[in-house]
Design a protein around this ligand. Structure first.
Ligand SMILES: Cc1cc2nc3c(=O)[nH]c(=O)nc-3n(C[C@H](O)[C@H](O)[C@H](O)COP(=O)(O)O)c2cc1C
Length: 163
């Protein structure tokens, strides 16, 4: 029985959450960035994390999810600048789950992650992004210890499915 924790990250937030999850898994386990996963069929459960980009799933993660053999168990998580449990983040995570429609989705998790200040500056000047970008400023301390604790709890629940 083997669990893979895999992630895509640009500024480290998603990797931080992935490592917290990985740390509490008692089963045989591996942690790899999505582009380093050679054969997803070799794992019993795949926990896959990504940063929300443009309200959706980054392209490398879309590709990764789509090539997982059907029937495989997967859990999805995201970090995002918008509010936790908010509509924008939820939509992106639901989109990831819809890409995994041939897979068995065990659960989803999301928490905030600080947003690069250059991205905030660029988006705040665009009317269609202003509200989101204003909110994202307050993600500066995330993921924090409370987010990581919730992530650990999520990973334990997912891993318990194997026992
Ligand atoms: C190009 C780009 C687009 C983003 N778009 C969104 C978005 O639509 N909604 C959101 O909540 N956060 C958005 N973010 C913020 C990231 O999801 C957030 O900072 C995340 O924690 C980054 O994770 P990472 O450090 O693993 O790359 C965006 C960030 C970047 C760089």
């Amino acid at each position: 029985m083997k669990i893979l924790v895999t992630y895509f990250t640009q500024t480290g937030n998603t990797e931080k959450v992935a490592r917290a999850m990985y740390g509490v898994i008692g089963a045989q386990k591996e942690i790899l960035p999505v582009d380093k996963v050679k054969d997803p069929s070799g794992y019993d459960i795949i926990i896959c994390g990504f940063p929300v980009h443009a309200h959706s799933v980054p392209v490398p993660v879309e590709h990764f999810i789509k090539q997982i053999p059907s029937g495989k168990k997967i859990a999805l998580f995201a970090t995002h600048g918008s509010l936790r449990g908010g509509e924008l983040a939820t939509t992106a995570i639901e989109h990831a789950a819809s890409l995994a429609s041939t897979l068995k989705v065990l659960g989803t998790f999301g928490c905030r992650g600080k947003v690069d200040s250059k991205i905030i500056e660029a988006l705040i000047s665009k009317p269609e992004h202003r509200a989101w970008a204003e909110t994202a400023k307050s993600a500066v301390s995330h993921p924090d210890e409370s987010d990581l604790e919730d992530a650990r709890h999520f990973a334990k629940k997912v891993a318990a499915i194997l026992t």
